[in-house]
Design a protein around this ligand. Structure first.
Ligand SMILES: NC(=O)c1ccc[n+]([C@@H]2O[C@H](COP(=O)([O-])OP(=O)(O)OC[C@H]3O[C@@H](n4cnc5c(N)ncnc54)[C@H](OP(=O)(O)O)[C@@H]3O)[C@@H](O)[C@H]2O)c1
Length: 258
C-alpha cells in the first residue's frame, strides 16, 4: 500500500482564491499562504500599489483595486476573477475596519459604515462567489475572518461597531453554511486573537500598557505571531477541512477559553 500523504489535501493547485484586504497585515500573509499551497490568488483592497507589489512576488496573482464600502464592489471583484481565471474556488473575506470610540459617543452613521465593510460586503461577496461555485458544480470554500470580538465582548477597548459586525459575521457563517452545505459550498470563520498589523499597531502592539494587558489576560501570556494563523487558514480553505462547515476556529492563545 502506498504511504499516506496527509499533506496532499492541504494543496490548492489549480484553484483560484480571492483574498480581500490583501494590501496589508493578515490578508497579505493569507495571500502568500494560499499561493504557497498552489492557488492563483486575486488580491483585493483599495491601495493598488501595495497589491501590485505583492502580485509581483507571487506566481500568477491578480491585483484588483476595490472599495468594499461600495455596494457594486463585490460583483466587480468576482467578475474580475472570472474574467482572468474562469473560476473561483476559495473566498477569504478578510478586509475589515474599525473605530475605537466609546459607544456613548459613536454616531450611528459611523457604526453603519463599519458594519457595511465588515459584514454587508462579506455577505455580498459570499453570495456572489457561492453562485459561481454552485453553477460550476465544483466544491467551494469560504473563510470569513471574524475575531475573538465576535464571540465575546472586550470593553477595555471601545468598539461596538466592530464587535457587532464580527458577531454578525460569526452567525452569518453558520447560516450560510447551513443553506449551502448540500450545494458544495462550505463556509467557516477564522477568529483570531491579537496579532500585529496596521489595525493593532499603536493600540495593542507598540503600546506598553496594552501589551501588558494582553500578556496578563491571555492564557499563553502573549499576542499571536505573524505565522500563527497560516495553518488554520489553509486548513479551512482546503479539502483538509472537507467535512467541516459552519464552524468558528478560534486562534487566540486561549483568550476565549477562560
Ligand atoms: N490583527 C488582529 O489582531 C486581528 C484580530 C482579529 C481579527 N482581525 C481581522 O483581520 C482582518 C485583517 O485585519 P488586519 O489586522 O490585517 O488589519 P489591517 O492591516 O489594517 O488590514 C485591513 C485590510 O482591510 C482592507 N480594507 C479596509 N477597508 C476596506 C475597504 N473599504 N475596501 C477594501 N478593503 C478594505 C485594507 O486595505 P486598504 O486600506 O488598502 O483598502 C487592509 O488590507 C480584519 O477583518 C480584522 O478585523 C484582526
Amino acid at each position: 500500500m502506498p504511504a499516506l500523504d496527509p499533506l496532499e489535501r492541504f494543496r490548492l493547485d489549480g484553484r483560484v482564491a480571492i483574498v480581500t484586504g490583501a494590501s496589508s497585515g493578515l490578508g497579505a500573509r493569507f495571500a502568500r499562504v494560499l499561493a504557497g499551497a498552489g492557488a492563483r490568488v486575486v488580491l483585493a483592497a483599495r491601495r493598488e500599489q501595495r497589491l501590485e507589489d505583492l502580485a509581483g512576488e507571487l506566481d500568477g496573482a491578480l491585483p484588483v483595486r476595490c472599495d468594499l464600502a461600495d455596494p457594486e464592489a463585490a460583483g466587480a471583484l468576482v467578475d474580475a476573477a472570472l474574467a482572468e481565471y474562469g473560476r473561483v474556488d476559495v473566498l477569504v473575506n478578510n478586509a475589515g475596519t474599525n473605530e475605537v470610540i466609546p459607544a456613548l459617543e459613536q454616531p450611528p452613521e459611523r457604526f453603519r459604515a463599519i458594519v457595511d465593510v465588515n459584514l454587508v460586503a462579506p455577505f455580498a461577496l459570499a453570495q456572489r462567489a457561492a453562485r459561481v461555485m454552485i453553477e460550476a458544480g465544483r466544491p467551494g470554500a469560504i473563510v470569513n475572518v471574524a475575531s475573538i470580538w465576535g464571540v465575546v465582548g472586550v470593553g477595555q477597548i471601545s468598539d461596538a461597531a466592530y464587535a457587532a459586525s464580527k458577531g454578525g459575521l460569526v452567525n452569518l457563517t453558520r447560516e450560510l453554511a447551513a443553506q449551502w452545505a448540500r450545494r458544495g459550498v462550505r463556509v467557516n470563520a477564522l477568529a483570531p486573537g491579537w496579532f500585529p498589523s496596521e489595525m493593532t499597531l499603536g493600540t495593542m502592539f507598540g503600546d506598553e500598557r496594552a501589551e501588558r494587558w494582553v500578556a496578563t489576560r491571555a492564557p499563553m501570556g502573549r499576542g499571536g505571531e505573524e505565522h500563527e494563523l497560516d495553518g488554520a487558514l489553509l486548513f479551512l480553505a482546503s479539502d483538509a477541512s472537507s467535512y467541516m462547515t459552519g464552524q468558528v476556529l478560534l486562534v487566540d492563545g486561549g483568550w476565549t477559553a477562560v
